[in-house]
Design a protein around this ligand. Structure first.
Ligand SMILES: [Zn+2]
Ligand SMILES: [Zn+2]
Length: 322
């Protein structure tokens, strides 16, 4: 090879990208999909004076929360990010659409960010660690605020060519990812339409939009963000892992099993986050059901020996990384 050919070699691929255009998009997404649901939740409480909270609102909130929450945990997280099981194309598509409606970003961006979180957990480069803002009470509070919500205002964007090349080769996922905004709006239109039809009034439509749309989005977002923030600081730590992830069994049902976060960091290739038969894990129940009906296969579960080898001798309730 000549010297000239050597000089033409492309520069090494960068793992993250940062520029003012991306930061503008991040700020817009933060205001539209993270701040607006908070405003919508306050509006929903105020709108109770016009349309009381009834069975329709409860059903719309719960069903939309369930669909989008399972889309995030069983789709975005366990299937697309960690490939902890394989599934039929229609399962890929349904879970990608359901996850997109949660308003937490297009599937490709979410996957790239989360893979970087696992690569750099609680070290420099982790997009949302609560443990890098200094020690003491002030540092901990700053860390919790950063990891829970503030990091999303502006952050280095993980290069999807580096972090999600498998998804870039999947035409179904890429098509769904490109139409992200359409799916978020659809997730708002569906409860509004059902609310309007159920009550046969515009008040019913607004109430459906607020409870099945914005409040549902607000609740699910804070559940997912609490995994990033509180569960990298507080909780039990039964397994050895190099970061400060924690378990909180009390949140298992509300988080669809995501609160077994220390288990997850210890065994990211496991489709089950609970790992014990008595650990509630709704995300895994869905995967188990899909495998029973033949729509999912190669469901990854760590062997008893692997789990035993990673068990810590002493459990801690909270505190610094050990
Ligand atoms: Zn993960
Ligand atoms: Zn984590």
């Amino acid at each position: 090879m000549t010297e000239l050919q050597g000089e033409r070699r492309p520069a090494p691929r960068r793992k993250t990208v940062s520029n003012s255009y991306l930061h503008r998009l991040q700020r817009r997404h933060f205001i539209l999909f993270d701040i607006l649901p908070i405003v919508g939740t306050v509006a929903a409480v105020g709108f109770l004076a016009v349309q009381p909270f009834g069975l329709t609102e409860l059903a719309l909130f719960f069903s939309m929360w369930l669909v989008t929450g399972l889309g995030i945990t069983a789709g975005y997280h366990r299937l697309f990010t960690h490939r902890s099981y394989k599934a039929s194309t229609w399962v890929y598509a349904v879970l990608a659409v359901a996850g997109s409606m949660a308003g937490q970003g297009p599937v490709v961006s979410w996957v790239a960010l989360h893979r970087r979180h696992h690569e750099c957990s609680d070290r420099e480069g982790d997009p949302h660690s609560p443990n890098l803002e200094g020690s003491g009470v002030r540092g901990r509070i700053r860390g919790l605020a950063h990891s829970h919500i503030l990091w999303m205002r502006r952050h280095d964007y993980p290069n999807i060519v580096h972090y999600a090349p498998d998804l870039l080769k999947n035409p179904v996922i890429m098509r769904i990812s490109r139409h992200y905004h359409f799916w978020v709006v659809l997730g708002l239109v569906i409860p509004a339409a059902i609310g309007g039809i159920a009550h046969l009034s515009w008040q019913g439509a607004v109430s459906g939009l607020l409870w099945g749309g914005f409040v549902r989005m607000f609740v699910l977002e804070h559940i997912v963000w609490a995994i990033n923030s509180f569960l990298h600081m507080f909780g039990t730590r039964p397994y050895e892992s190099r970061e400060n992830s924690r378990n909180a069994g009390v949140l298992a049902l509300a988080t669809f099993g995501e609160s077994w976060h220390n288990n997850h960091h210890a065994f990211p290739d496991s489709a089950s986050f609970g790992l014990e038969w008595y650990h509630l894990d709704p995300g895994y129940w869905l995967i188990k059901f899909l495998s029973l009906v033949g729509a999912a296969h190669d469901v990854g579960i760590p062997t008893r020996e692997r789990r035993h080898s990673k068990r810590r001798r002493h459990r801690t309730l909270s505190g610094a990384q050990s």
